[in-house]
Design a protein around this ligand. Structure first.
Ligand code: HEC
Length: 336
């Protein structure tokens, strides 16, 4: 490994993760104010938010806060849209805590193109609410931040947008606890990590909450696993009400899509939606226009993955339809 190239923060991210994973939530936090990751660790840079307002990275954006920080660019056609959609799910779970004690920061690594206006439109497309700030600024300042946050190694090219790290850093600046997470992570797990673990390190874990008492996790098929990690941040599959309505404003519900769309079209769409949009496929363009120009990302699915996801979409649609049929029958039973 390139250990020489790792900065101390990157090493600490690994250590924090091990602390969380092995010692659990009861581990002693660094006392507020004594963390090594204070004002003198983070570069003194000022970024510009989506409203054109200057924001000092340390004092205005992370000091004494629980934050999730990621680096994106708005023209990204692969993993960034998924990561943004995942954070939107977490936003929904956190409710009004976002903007009170928890904050999201999405910083552009393509600052020339991503002006405040472009970022504002992007934020709106993803329904980002208060407490979630989109930032642009000087390329060299942003590069320095990426490095200091452990998301850029010294030997990589900051201008290479394709190869950029899609990790998310979550942390509590005052306790000095920072973790690196993945956009494929479950939104509820991320919300718990931010809303509970990082916010209350001093609290002992609740009695009875032990791994031994956890319900058995069923084995997920490849298709279901892919759907949950790659698709579920944007798409519903027959769910109704509450959070499903917000999601359906971002991307179409996929119930019965294997029946309504031609299978060959569908398989290609799942593997290279970006190419189909570039080729101006009429069905793809119509969908894109309906969904506010939010693009379905290319998630690098191989052939096996694509077939597995299609099989899952089919099976799950059948299950949902069957369940709806049963509920409808119960509703039809006369009450005397
Ligand atoms: C970042 C959000 C996002 C992610 C992640 C995503 N999609 Fe999409 N998807 C969209 C949007 C938006 C559309 C509408 C077309 C457009 O705007 O490009 C769409 C369209 C579709 C359609 C066409 C629906 C129809 O009515 O014909 C299918 C099928 C689909 N997506 C499947 C998937 C699958 C399967 C995955 C996971 C492997 C996935 N999507 C991941 C956003 C997403």
């Amino acid at each position: 490994m390139h250990d020489r190239k790792r900065n101390p923060f990157t090493k600490a991210l690994v250590a924090a993760f091990i602390t969380l994973g092995v010692l659990g939530m009861g581990s002693t936090p660094a006392k507020a104010g004594t963390t090594v990751w204070g004002a003198d660790y983070f570069p003194k840079v000022t970024l510009i938010d989506q409203d054109g307002k200057p924001q000092r990275f340390f004092e205005d954006l992370i000091q004494d806060k629980v934050v999730a920080v990621n680096f994106i660019f708005t023209s990204c056609k692969d993993v960034c849209p998924l990561e943004t959609a995942r954070l939107r799910e977490v936003q929904e779970i956190l409710g009004d805590r976002l903007g009170k004690d928890i904050f999201f920061l999405s910083i552009s690594i393509d600052p020339q193109r991503d002006t405040p206006e472009v970022l504002k439109a992007y934020a709106k497309r993803y329904q980002a609410g208060p407490g979630w700030t989109f930032l642009t600024g000087k390329m060299e300042d942003i590069t320095q931040l990426r490095y200091k946050l452990g998301l850029l190694s010294l030997d990589s090219d900051p201008a290479n947008l394709k190869g950029h790290s899609m990790s998310l850093i979550i942390g509590n600046q005052s306790s000095g606890q920072w973790m690196k997470r993945s956009p494929y992570e479950n939104a509820h797990v991320l919300a718990t990590q931010m809303g509970s673990w990082l916010s209350s390190w001093k609290l002992p874990s609740k009695p009875g909450l032990e791994y031994a008492n956890a319900p058995k996790v069923r084995n997920l098929s490849l298709g279901e696993n892919l759907f949950r990690t790659r698709c579920g941040a944007c798409h519903t599959l027959g769910e109704e009400g509450g959070g499903a309505i917000a999601k359906q404003a971002i991307a179409p519900d996929l119930l019965n899509v294997t029946r309504t769309r031609d299978k060959v079209w569908l398989a290609r769409w799942l593997t290279e939606p970006d190419k189909m949009l570039a080729e101006r496929d009429p069905q793809a363009l119509a969908l894109q226009a309906r969904y506010n120009n939010l693009v379905m990302p290319n998630l690098s699915l191989g052939q096996e993955d694509t077939h597995a996801v299609m099989a899952f979409l089919e099976e799950e649609s059948q299950r949902v339809e069957q369940q709806r049929g049963q509920t409808a029958k119960v509703a039809l039973v006369p009450c005397h």
